[in-house]
Design a protein around this ligand. Structure first.
Ligand SMILES: CC(C)(COP(=O)(O)OP(=O)(O)OC[C@H]1O[C@@H](n2cnc3c(N)ncnc32)[C@H](O)[C@@H]1OP(=O)(O)O)[C@@H](O)C(=O)NCCC(=O)NCCS
Length: 167
């Protein structure tokens, strides 16, 4: 099995687009704004994400965020968002990292692999710790976080906050 975490690229094509159509627009707080997008608008979506990664044209209350695709044997199976820093809103909900596996590829261990790769990417960016927030009842995601060294810092109003140290 060949695993690669690939940063979003302006040349991304149909394979990534089709994965984004399979992933719901919202699930457990994870947002996929590319769902239901016409293919003609995909290049604009990619450009916007690229700008966000570089901190260009950020909407109010947004921090720079980089998107990575998880590729398994050359096929996109999921993606993650890495937010380079936190603000008050992300500290409450969202954290530094969000991730999703396309429904047809769940239950195969890819969630664990995706977070492991995202944590490496965060470390490569010089981050020393990351915050992950997750719904108390999102068992698969909590297992993924705990398998990757997440330490539960708080649980309130049904939301868990985990920190992962990267040093
Ligand atoms: C969370 C998510 C990424 C997990 O992806 P996945 O590829 O199915 O996860 P894995 O196959 O790596 O499994 C992770 C763990 O969850 C467990 N698991 C998977 N599905 C489960 C289920 N329905 N109920 C209970 N446990 C489950 C697995 O057994 C595994 O635990 P283990 O390592 O102890 O065996 C995926 O369910 C998803 O995309 N959910 C929607 C988006 C989301 O919730 N993102 C997280 C927001 S914080």
């Amino acid at each position: 099995m060949e695993i690669a975490l690939r940063e979003l690229d302006l040349g991304d094509g149909r394979d990534v687009f089709e994965m984004l159509q399979e992933i719901p627009p919202e699930e457990n707080g994870f947002m996929n704004s590319a769902n239901a997008l016409p293919f003609e608008q995909f290049p604009g979506y990619l450009r916007k994400q690229r700008e966000s990664s570089e901190g260009i044209h950020l909407a109010e209350n947004r921090v720079p965020q980089t998107i990575y695709w998880l590729m398994v044997d050359g096929k996109p199976v999921g993606f993650g968002k890495l937010r380079h820093c936190l603000n008050d809103s992300l500290r409450r909900s969202g954290g530094n990292i969000g991730y999703v596996i396309r429904p047809s590829e769940r239950g195969k261990g890819y969630g664990n692999i995706l977070l492991k790769e995202l944590l490496k990417a965060a470390k490569d960016r010089g981050m020393s710790e990351v915050l992950l927030t997750v719904d108390e009842h999102n068992t698969p995601s909590r297992k993924v976080i705990e398998a990757n060294g997440g330490v539960l810092a708080s649980l309130s109003d049904g939301a868990c906050s985990y920190w992962v140290r990267l040093l």
